[in-house]
Ligand binder design. Structure first.
Ligand code: BG6
Length: 485
């Protein structure tokens, strides 16, 4: 970067000035990682802790106590995250009361050794059927109490239930032992830099918000396309399917960020209040209606994947038309789609504006002029682009679409960090802004539940395609088309 902060992109010049950072330092604490020998700990949590340690973002007084059923060598664990000073392991059976007594003793000893004043985070990186019993046992052992001047927080990984009833019952169990301010429900999409950027884009600029409404926006497309299949997660996925796995959480959270009203401050309750209003305004669906606005698909070959039932009815793809019943969004459809084994990996939010009402270029009708589109590219090619119509150089009047493209890696010289780093740091800081609140679960499950209850047909699609043809028809019926990211 030049001293002025100017970088040159191909055909484009953009400048990034040093921004202002809001930085807080977490208090001393210990983190107990349930499920240390599991897949999530190895793939996401330990690397995130390592990343935070390497950047000097962990509290000075800090330790991690891994816990799990398997024997784990502490030295090997430390090699996984050398940037974390103070990594220990306790082997124990999650069902045995003795485990929680041992845990209590170890915590006391480590808290004194590391001077963490009793502040502790319990991270439950566990299969969902263990959330209930482990929370219960932690509570029964008195480990969730907040001793004087210390705090206790608990992190839950999704899925938070498998339907409305089980989500409510899990919520009740959690409420028995914890106050909402102690609970952190992970939705890792909210920790992605490019997702948070939607909020900065909308609310740290004044030029977009005035046009962010039904008068100017034609529709919104939210796509999370995955190239990978179900992989080794069939045991979980085949019981869940894409509606539970992606829509109840990530997809509806993305929709809320695009659709919500400006919160009065970037504070947890203010932001979460606004999201709830969006969920409450989602138009209830009636799966019995023809043209109901949902297409479910399953990729060919899914049923022969290891661990998948031979007659599995799990959808691996869904496309949904959602309406938000409020003043801002009346009549603006939000189209959501997500699936596995598709043509490529791409997640984006596209805001498609209305076409010009009148063309002053005699030979061109408004339909000849492409609609302005603002695209938040969430991953993997992170950035933001805005497509506008512009004159092509030359003596003739030629108009064509021009895309102004901000590329994250090119502008900042790096790819965004892993979502888990940000979210773990927020847990340590006690900032719940990026974590779904209990009422969000109730609202999102209530919205999805009729689809889960309905016995809808599954449309097959070829691996490597863009999903079933019926999903294209969903938009074509309204004179629109999916973008091909
Ligand atoms: C998880 C889902 O929450 O998100 C997975 O359970 C999915 O099925 C994953 O593959 C996608 O996350 P990312 O960050 O790779 O887009």
């Amino acid at each position: 970067m030049s001293p002025e902060g100017l970088r040159h992109g191909p055909g484009l010049k953009f400048s990034i000035r040093e921004g202002l950072c809001i930085e807080h330092k977490p208090q001393p604490c210990g983190l107990v990682l349930f499920g240390t020998s599991g897949d999530l700990a190895a793939r996401k949590i330990l690397p995130a802790l390592q990343g935070l340690g390497a950047q000097g973002l962990l509290p000075e007084r800090f330790f991690v106590l891994g816990l799990g059923r398997a024997p784990v060598d502490e030295a090997a664990l430390r090699r996984q995250a050398p940037g974390v000073k103070g990594l220990y392991y306790l082997r124990g059976d999650y069902g045995a009361a003795a485990t929680y007594q041992d845990l209590g003793r170890r915590l006391k000893e480590l808290s004194a050794r590391h001077g963490t004043s009793g502040n502790v985070i319990f991270y439950l990186a566990l299969p969902p059927d263990l959330f209930h019993p482990v929370t219960h046992k932690l509570g029964a052992a008195g480990l969730l109490d907040e001793p004087t001047r210390a705090w206790t927080r608990v992190v839950f990984e999704k899925p938070f239930g498998r339907d409305l009833t089980s989500a409510l019952s899990l919520a009740a169990e959690i409420r028995d032992h914890l106050k909402e301010r102690q609970v952190y429900r992970m939705d890792h999409y909210l920790g992605k830099d490019t997702v948070q950027n939607v909020l900065m884009f909308r609310f740290a600029n004044s030029i977009f918000e005035p046009v962010w409404k039904r008068t100017y926006i034609d529709h919104v497309q939210i796509s999370v396309l995955e190239a990978e299949g179900v992989g080794h997660r069939a045991g979980y996925y085949d019981r869940s399917g894409v509606l539970r796995d992606m829509f109840q959480n990530h997809m509806l959270q993305l929709l809320a960020l695009v659709a919500m009203e400006p919160p009065s401050s970037f504070a947890a309750e203010r932001v979460r209040d606004e999201k709830i209003k969006v969920f409450k305004a989602l138009k209830p669906i009636d799966p019995a209606q023809p043209g109901r606005g949902l297409v479910l698909g399953q990729y060919s070959g899914y049923r022969s994947e290891p661990g998948v039932a031979a007659a599995s009815a799990a959808p691996t793809y869904a496309a949904m038309r959602v309406e938000i019943e409020n003043w801002r969004w009346e009549g603006v459809p939000f189209y959501l789609r997500s699936g596995k084994r598709l043509a490529g990996r791409a997640a984006e939010i596209a805001v498609v504006f209305k076409k010009v009402p009148h063309s002053m270029f005699r030979e061109l009708s408004p339909d000849h002029l492409e609609a302005n589109t603002l695209v938040f590219r969430i991953q993997p090619d992170e950035g933001v682009s805005l497509t506008i119509e512009a004159k092509k150089p030359g003596p003739k009047t030629c108009i064509g679409a021009l895309t102004m493209d901000f590329d994250y890696a090119e502008a900042f010289g790096e790819h965004p960090p892993e979502a888990y780093q940000r979210l773990l740091l927020d847990v340590m800081l006690g900032d719940q802004t990026l974590f779904p609140r209990e009422d969000a679960l109730e609202e999102t499950w209530s919205f999805i539940q009729p689809w889960l209850d309905a016995d809808l047909p599954l449309s097959p699609y070829a691996p490597g395609s863009f999903g079933p043809a019926e999903a294209d028809a969903l938009l074509e019926a309204e004179g629109r088309a999916w973008r091909q990211p």
